[in-house]
Design a protein around this ligand. Sequence first.
Ligand code: ATP
Length: 422
Amino acid sequence: MTTSGFSTAGVIAVGSELLTPHRIDTNSLFVTARLNDLGIDVRIKMVVGDDRAELTETFRHVLPLVDLVVLTGGLGPTDDDVTRDAVAVALDLTLEEDEAIVERIRARFARRGLEMPDINRRQAQVPRGAVVLDNPNGTAPGLWLEHADRVVLLLPGPPRELQPMFEGVARDRIEPRVGTHRLYRRVLKVTGRTESHVEEAAQPVYSKWLANRPAITTTILAAPGQIELHLVTGGDNAGEAEARLDKAVEELVAVLRPHVYSVDGRSLEQVVGDLLRARGLRVATAESCTGGVVASRLTDVPGSSDYVDAGAVTYSNRSKVDILGVPEALIQEHGAVSEPVAIAMARGIRTRTAADVTVGITGIAGPGGGSDAKPVGTVAVAIIGPDGAVASHTWRLPGDRQQVKFQASQATLDLIRRTLTK
Ligand code: ATP
């Protein structure tokens, strides 16, 4: 433990079902987010089945490494609910029945006109010295245990029980132990570069910040079409920490420009929407391979009626000709997936709407339909800007059908962003 109080935690999610493909441990995500809000860094996270010996060992292993251990689940009344036992064994504490808990559980059953089964008495077993945390939404109470300079927190597994207990009682107990230390974070969002390109450009900057004291740690989260850089720093002074992050963000933007589209949490469609609104412009889309994903993403943003004018999904050649007026000869000459056709689509929607900015998108999402010249993932996008300037690009996007559609929408939205920020 640091002099400023708690700074590290471990989370152990207990439940054999969490080791199957059928249930995901979401409790640790919730607990981690809340602990981070309090400035506590989660260093270790584990999932353990309902096995007393394995849980005892795991808990013994984690306890010396962190200031706070949070265990979730395994507090039920049945034989396979082993968390209380394992913690008591590991800390060498005896379990004692707490009559007040028995009464509370009995009353819960009585409210539903039922008698309490005797096995529920197990839930009233409390390791000596533990503080009982009331669970308003279930029978399993939580437990707060202080052991030397460490704290162990046991919370029930069902998220609808755990979450209100964390907010209602656990947080108030943890907060005074934290001192003034908090975590501060920023997210940079990048598109149009691969993870290795981003890593190569950003690495010298963030390794410098990692070596500094106080350090800034950077995590790269890559997904098809977008890469996020998460910057985190800890500190006792919000102003100082924010200034440190501002400086790091500025340096990263300088090396990654113009691929960084957001440093304030906004999505690409929000950024594009804000640019359109600021300039009083309206957008219309003519989409083929993306099937309306671009229009859908633009309209995911509340208030997008301020700047979205229209969207057409013209999937067949016939509809490109009939609805957008793409010349049939152009399709014959260049193929439907080509920059000239994408430009004709953008022109077609422009003459048929009141939009100031229009895009045409045509491509091969796969898995079939590719050729040597135009493999699966080939996407042609055209944009006509507010001044009437035409630009077009062809991309070769990797991945399956869904990934190609998403990346094509990402590339298109980014093209709109770049056109409007030129
Ligand atoms: P109760 O006695 O109320 O059941 P419990 O502490 O014994 O509480 P568990 O039996 O371990 O809780 O889990 C009950 C259910 O809660 C699980 O079937 C699962 O649906 C959910 N759950 C448990 N742990 C987690 C977790 N880590 N993340 C998400 N859901 C969980």
